[in-house]
Design a protein around this ligand. Structure first.
Ligand code: ATP
Ligand code: MG
Ligand code: MG
Length: 553
């Protein structure tokens, strides 16, 4: 049905469709908890769930907020998540749900379990509960409250809901098997008491909140989900997922399928750690361009398409691995190489005076926006007697391999003339502060006759160019797996102190009009986009990515 690359989940779905399961329909969901912003790992899950729904006839995908931990969640996160899913190019249409929509129904199912003798109110405290649970090698012990009568359980559970008991004093547990080799099956908690929190959707209506393992299968079933896709750490929760649905009266029993989560080198991908980076002021916010969040990547200059391409390329498997940052960067580079306009920007300006060029003259030179795509049109570059080139493009002396400017040598200015360095001016400390050059008026769009020019460099007019702040980003961490290094106390110790470097650049005049979010290739430098803090009076660019892969070890 589709041209997308196949993987084991597609194969399962296609087998189910062929067998006429679920009335030949596929229905998935993306279930974020609104306790932080979405990151690139979530993008994998979004592309998978929404992508499958798109690829199969009649497919549907719900956006469901898994909002059962009100103390960590809020409406701002809800809104940011919606924005990011949309931005990535997906649409839940009228299928927006909250697990909290089901609180009343969930309560009813809990009562059903109690009535069937399959759930009980337990008064052990957290520490005792842990102790009774046992370990992987020892079976657990049954709670002394396990054999309460149905009547007593019903009464207590109703009074818990009514707010009669303190946080932590009691929980509702499933009665399954304290000797199960699967710890999740040792009478897991279904409900806990939480007073005094205002839930972003239900306000103060509830003082009990259902646990994920109870909420998730029921929410899936209530929504008619056919394939409930989650990450591998939920593999040994699957027996509990199935147990819940097998022990209540509900028609639908979705199939849980696990896949490996995305890990990216040189960053962290847990919301807890990302929250820490933001809360401790190490980042400017969730959308700091160094963050692996969707909002951060967007601000950094990533396009939705580049992220979707990345998610397609990494594939869907069951093997845990870590993906190289170079792979993500290759995706944005490919997209921008095709679509970004070219521009000239000097990031480390060195003044050049062209002595044989008239003093007041401003010559407008036409330059195409893209070397391979005429339809993108062209802009005007201003050529003047004083210009800037990049400091790295000049050496007093260099061998033939150096394809830039040297004393006495000629070089072409991109889209302009050939110039020759006649004299180097230094300050008292011996630092080069200016170059005196000459230009050859015959070389506009033509090669000089009988001489060989070393190379082509970029430039900007000193009087017509625009000062701009350019933010150069590097890896956020100096360690490929900052949160799995056991030799340090905190992953924060691996933060790269040079992850942001700000430079004052001179850019070509047309860039003054650039709008927030617009993307450019600064020739020979990389891909850049206009930051949201930029204005026509103070232009700010973010470096999205370098021109070539710099991650290779
Ligand atoms: P975190 O550990 O960052 O808090 P989470 O899994 O608790 O992640 P949720 O908001 O519950 O975050 O995630 C929503 C969905 O996104 C889940 O189905 C989850 O499996 C999936 N997801 C989260 N992180 C990744 C990842 N790194 N790779 C693939 N899928 C992910
Ligand atoms: Mg979760
Ligand atoms: Mg989480």
């Amino acid at each position: 049905e589709t041209s997308a690359p196949t993987h084991f989940i597609r194969q399962i779905i296609e087998r189910d469709l062929a067998a006429g399961k679920n009335d030949g329909k596929i229905h998935t969901r993306f279930p974020p908890e609104p306790n932080g912003y979405l990151h690139i790992g979530h993008a994998k899950s979004i592309c998978l769930n929404f992508g499958l729904a798109k690829d199969y006839a009649g497919g549907q995908c719900n956006l469901r907020f898994d909002d059962t931990n009100p103390h960590k969640e809020n409406e701002d996160y809800v809104n940011a998540i919606k924005e990011d899913v949309k931005w990535l190019g997906f649409d839940w249409e009228d299928r927006l749900y909250y697990a909290s929509d089901y609180f009343e129904k969930l309560y009813g199912y809990a009562v059903e379990l109690i009535k069937a003798g399959k759930a009980y109110v337990c008064d052990l405290n957290a520490e005792q509960t842990r102790e009774y649970r046992g370990t992987l090698t020892d079976p657990g012990r049954e709670s002394p409250y396990r054999n309460r009568s149905v009547e007593e359980n019903l009464d207590l559970f109703a009074r818990i809901r009514a707010g009669e008991f303190e946080d932590g004093s009691r929980v509702l547990r499933a009665k399954i098997d304290m000797a199960s080799p699967n710890m999740n099956m040792r009478d897991p908690t279904l409900y806990r008491i939480r007073h005094g929190v205002i839930h972003h959707q239900t306000g103060e209506a509830w003082c009990i909140y259902p646990m994920y393992d109870f909420t998730h299968p029921i929410s899936d079933a209530l929504e008619g989900i056919t394939h409930s896709l989650c990450t591998l750490e939920f593999e040994d929760h699957r027996p509990l997922y199935d147990w819940i649905l097998d022990n209540i009266t509900i028609d639908c029993h979705p199939q849980q399928i696990e896949f490996s989560r995305l890990n990216l080198e040189y960053t962290v991908m847990s919301k807890r750690k990302l929250t820490q980076l933001v809360d401790e002021g190490l980042m400017t916010g969730w959308d700091d361009p160094r963050m692996p969040t969707i909002a951060g990547l967007r601000r950094r200059g990533y396009t939705p398409k580049s992220i979707r391409t990345f998610c397609e390329r990494i594939g869907v498997t069951k093997s845990a691995n870590s993906v190289e940052m170079g792979m993500l960067e290759a995706c944005i580079r490919e997209d921008l190489d095709q679509h970004a306009r070219r521009a000239l920007a000097v990031l480390d300006p060195l003044k050049v005076v062209i002595e044989n060029y008239p003093e007041e003259k401003v010559e407008m030179l036409d330059a195409p926006y893209h070397p391979k795509d005429e339809s993108m049109g062209s802009r005007q570059l201003a050529f003047t007697r004083e210009i800037y080139i990049d400091r790295a493009d000049f050496r007093e002396e260099a061998n033939k391999k150096y394809k830039r400017m040297v004393t006495g040598g000629e070089v072409r200015l991109r889209n302009a003339y050939v110039i020759k360095c006649e004299q180097v001016i230094k300050d008292d400390d011996g630092e080069i502060i200016e170059l005196r050059c000459s230009y050859d008026p015959e070389t506009l769009g033509a090669n000089p006759v009988g001489r060989k020019v070393r190379g082509v460099i970029h430039w900007a007019s000193a009087s017509q160019g625009v000062p701009a702040e350019v933010r150069i980003y590097d890896r956020l961490f100096n360690h490929p797996a900052p949160d799995s290094d056991k030799s340090v106390e905190s992953f924060l110790q691996h933060i790269n102190p040079d992850s942001l470097r700000t430079v004052q650049a001179i850019v070509e005049p047309s860039l003054r009009q650039a709008e927030v979010g617009e993307q450019f290739q600064f020739e020979r430098e990389g891909y850049f986009c206009v930051d949201q803090e930029s204005s026509h009076d103070k232009v700010i660019f973010n470096r999205t990515v370098t021109l070539r892969d710099t991650w290779a070890k």
